[in-house]
Write a protein that binds this ligand. Structure first.
Ligand SMILES: CC(C)(COP(=O)(O)OP(=O)(O)OC[C@H]1O[C@@H](n2cnc3c(N)ncnc32)[C@H](O)[C@@H]1OP(=O)(O)O)[C@@H](O)C(=O)NCCC(=O)NCCS
Length: 152
């Protein structure tokens, strides 16, 4: 899927293809977005398995500089791995890749996008607030379905 150039502000945004995977994982690692309990290759494969989720990739002059894993659960939209190359920040790429994720969800009839940010990550709070997101003051509960111990 190619998103019209008018919505990309310099980023060429496409749905991930096999040849993008290594570059996208490298981007996530550079951004500190991988966690020891997540396997990024498996996360990408799972996101691509069904039609309700995918990874969007933003390229500037051919290089992967932004990405987002976007999907919906049949009710709300969610994003993960919202990442912009550390050398390419504060140029609007984060806003642009999030706008592409919003368009992707709108096109599938999803009315609301939700996301989780750690409580102490003030910089990322500022980023999302700039994009019009607001704090819903919910508590997130989680449980590993394979029975493993809680992770932070
Ligand atoms: C968060 C992230 C995606 C922002 O990317 P970016 O391309 O620099 O963001 P943009 O240039 O599109 O900025 C959009 C707005 O957010 C603000 N913003 C971005 N980063 C910010 C920061 N660290 N502190 C304060 N405000 C910030 C910008 O000033 C801009 O505001 P404005 O349009 O009102 O002037 C990027 O810093 C990143 O990849 N961080 C590491 C991964 C991460 O934590 N992702 C979020 C996972 S929940």
């Amino acid at each position: 899927m190619k998103i019209p150039a008018s919505t990309t502000h310099g980023l060429d945004i496409t749905t991930i293809v096999d040849g993008d995977i290594a570059e996208v994982i490298a981007l996530w690692q550079r951004c500190g977005s991988t966690r020891e309990w997540n396997n990024p290759a498996a996360d990408i494969a799972l996101a691509r398995r069904e039609s309700n989720s995918t990874v969007l990739v933003g390229r500037d002059k051919g290089a992967v500089v932004a990405s987002v894993l976007v999907g919906h659960d049949g009710h709300r939209g969610w994003v993960y791995y919202v990442t912009v190359d550390p050398d390419q920040r504060f140029k609007g790429h984060g806003r642009t890749i999030m706008s592409a994720a919003e368009d992707w969800l709108r096109a599938r009839g999803i009315e609301k996008l939700q996301l989780m940010v750690r409580g102490d990550n003030a910089k990322v709070h500022a980023f999302y607030k700039s994009l019009g997101y607001y704090d819903q003051e919910r508590v997130t509960f989680a449980k590993w379905l394979d029975g493993r111990e809680p992770t932070p």
